[in-house]
Design a protein around this ligand. Structure first.
Ligand SMILES: [Zn+2]
Length: 200
């Protein structure tokens, strides 16, 4: 192998090793797999990775990643636009979609308030949420941030801004283990937490 080839291999291994859940061993195994794979397979993967950044952007309304202007949930006429479920990340939205039969819409904050990491309301889509509610038509906002310190703090802050707008604000029932994250909660727990939501 020439110097360039070695460079390319090292570059791929380093890039793969940065992905969550992939250690150096797995990065090396994947790299060797890709070296042996067909050009079609490798280019298909490269295209799919590239498309994530070039074709996927936040939904204009709820900030869920999508290829179109509106995501598949916002553009579904069968969903109830009077109920908004506020989540931290798209993966939380996906967990709720997988686990529950929720039929309302969502709002993805893009994170949670974290003074320690310098994440304030302006780094999140809080203003956009307030605007959505101010535009009218929303009757209930369900705070579905993670049941941990920062998630609870975020829910409290956002609900204090929503309260004066005359909308009903609820939160997931406390059935979820404290300190847990939505994406790892089991389906039954998540369904129960949504079903049993309480006024904030
Ligand atoms: Zn959307």
């Amino acid at each position: 192998m020439g110097r360039e080839a070695v460079g390319a291999v090292a570059r791929l291994m380093t890039a793969l090793g940065k992905l969550p859940g992939i250690g150096p061993k797995t990065a090396e195994r994947l790299t060797h797999y890709l070296i042996g794979a067909s050009p079609e397979e490798v280019l298909e993967l490269a295209d799919a990775v590239r498309a994530i950044k070039l074709e996927i952007h936040p939904c204009r309304q709820c900030f869920n990643p999508t290829e179109g202007d509106l995501c598949h949930i916002c553009s579904d006429p069968r969903r109830d636009p009077t109920v908004l479920c506020v989540v931290e990340q798209p993966k939380d939205l996906m967990a709720l979609e997988r686990a529950t039969n929720y039929r309302g819409l969502y709002h993805v904050l893009g994170g949670r308030l974290s003074p320690l990491e310098n994440v304030g309301p302006e780094q999140l889509t809080v203003d956009q949420l307030l605007r959505r509610v101010q535009e009218g038509g929303v009757k209930e906002v369900i705070m579905a941030t993670n049941p941990n310190l920062e998630g609870d703090g975020t829910a409290l802050y956002v609900s204090s801004l929503l309260a004066p707008l005359g909308v009903k604000v609820t939160r997931l029932a406390r059935g979820l283990p404290s300190g847990s994250v939505l994406e790892f909660a089991n389906s039954q727990m998540l369904s129960d937490a949504l079903e049993g939501r309480q006024a904030f």
